[in-house]
Design a protein around this ligand. Structure first.
Ligand SMILES: [Fe+2]
Length: 94
């Protein structure tokens, strides 16, 4: 994989996944609120750490990390998370 491909694939993920996990963490509601809220917070922390790894690897290969909001919004492959509260499953289904 060449430097340009790495930049195209990894750079847009720098901030978006962490912000999306936080959006879900803040707005999950319903029966499964507590475990999902806690798990999504852990995920946001993990993703923030991975983002730092990605940014530092990009700079190591000579690509400037770009986590500016406008860049991430324009280039992210991650779909939009719903706005407002997001209801967790009301009951367990088998
Ligand atoms: Fe929180």
């Amino acid at each position: 994989m060449d430097r340009h491909t790495v930049e195209q694939e990894l750079a847009p993920l720098l901030v978006d996944l962490a912000l999306t996990a936080k959006q879900a963490h803040w707005n999950v509601s319903g029966l499964w609120f507590r475990p999902l809220h806690a798990q999504l917070d852990e995920l946001a922390d993990d993703v923030r750490g991975w983002s730092d790894d990605v940014a530092e690897r990009l700079t190591t290969i000579g690509v400037a990390a770009d986590a500016r909001v406008e860049t991430v919004a324009k280039t992210t492959p991650v779909g939009s998370f719903p706005s407002g509260f997001v209801e967790s499953a009301r009951r367990w289904r088998r």
